[in-house]
Design a protein around this ligand. Structure first.
Ligand SMILES: [Zn+2]
Ligand SMILES: [Zn+2]
Length: 272
């Protein structure tokens, strides 16, 4: 169901009702998605807004439990990978948040504004219905493997002398990472590693690719990055169930020792 050229009814609610009447098989989410694009009649703004709002909501929403955990060390301190003396102060964490907000607004927003034309160029769909869940899950698995390989090699490159000094050392400012520091990096690094995150879904776009899948992928990738920087290793952490999964136990060592464990999600590239 395309939204282009719709004779625009007056309100957003009418558009939702129109979508529901036109295709009764659409889910509520799909009806709202379609109405959103039809209402604004500007796909660049709609896609940019979806990308920006979901990114901020997930980044700060997923970090909230870690901030709470850090605030009650008597309960959660025993699960911290590195000792209390190495943990960042509240002032350092606040400085990190301010930097992240500036980075999101000045480095990521321009990329998000340019995202829709790139999606169109590579044939990514934005209409409804969304792809089936089985298709989405299969594509997410492929994206995890491809991004992890890309991340491994680019991250190794970022540890080469000049690139480390001028670009990557910002991310290594915190030797004992915490969730909010997941995206604490130079804008150059944000772009370089961001290509690995959205590159595969975009190139894959011409084959059954959909923006919905890309947004979901970015959400799960954010979860992965934030958890890897959380500094906590629980008895129920994912890496205990999936032996090839890195998690915080894996990435904390990279921040602590500056070498090894260059991949983002999996342990098989340079596992101990
Ligand atoms: Zn590094
Ligand atoms: Zn890191």
């Amino acid at each position: 169901m395309s939204f282009n050229g719709t004779a625009a009814p007056a309100t957003f609610a009418q558009l939702v009702a129109y979508a529901a009447a036109n295709d009764p098989d659409l889910s509520t989410l799909e009806q709202y998605w379609w109405a959103h694009y039809a209402y604004w009649q500007n796909s660049i703004i709609v896609t940019g807004l979806l990308a920006f709002c979901s990114h901020e909501l997930v980044y700060f929403g997923r970090n909230l439990p870690w901030v709470v955990a850090d605030a009650i060390p008597s309960v959660f301190g025993r699960y911290k990978i590195q000792g209390a003396a190495k943990q960042p102060t509240a002032a350092q964490q606040w400085e990190c948040v301010r930097y992240i907000l500036l980075l999101h607004v000045f480095a990521e927003v321009p990329l998000m504004v340019g995202f829709h034309p790139v999606c169109e160029l590579f044939g990514l769909r934005v209409d409804v219905p969304f792809p089936r869940w089985r298709t989405v899950a299969g594509q997410l698995a492929v994206f995890f493997v491809l991004e992890d390989a890309y991340h491994y090699w680019i991250h190794r490159l970022l540890h080469w002398g000049p690139l480390y000094r001028y670009v990557h050392c910002i991310h290594h400012q915190y030797a004992a990472p915490f969730g909010l520091a997941a995206e604490y990096a130079s804008p150059v690094e944000t772009v370089l590693l961001g290509v690995g995150t959205i590159g595969a879904p975009i190139f894959y776009g011409g084959l059954t690719g959909h923006l919905w899948t890309v947004l979901l992928w970015v959400v799960v990738r954010q979860f992965q990055a934030i958890d890897a920087h959380s500094g906590y290793d629980f008895p129920w952490s994912l890496r205990r169930w999936l032996p090839f999964w890195g998690g915080a136990d894996w990435h904390d060592d990279h921040h602590q020792y500056f070498v090894g464990n260059y991949s983002s999600s999996f342990r098989y590239w340079d596992g101990k």
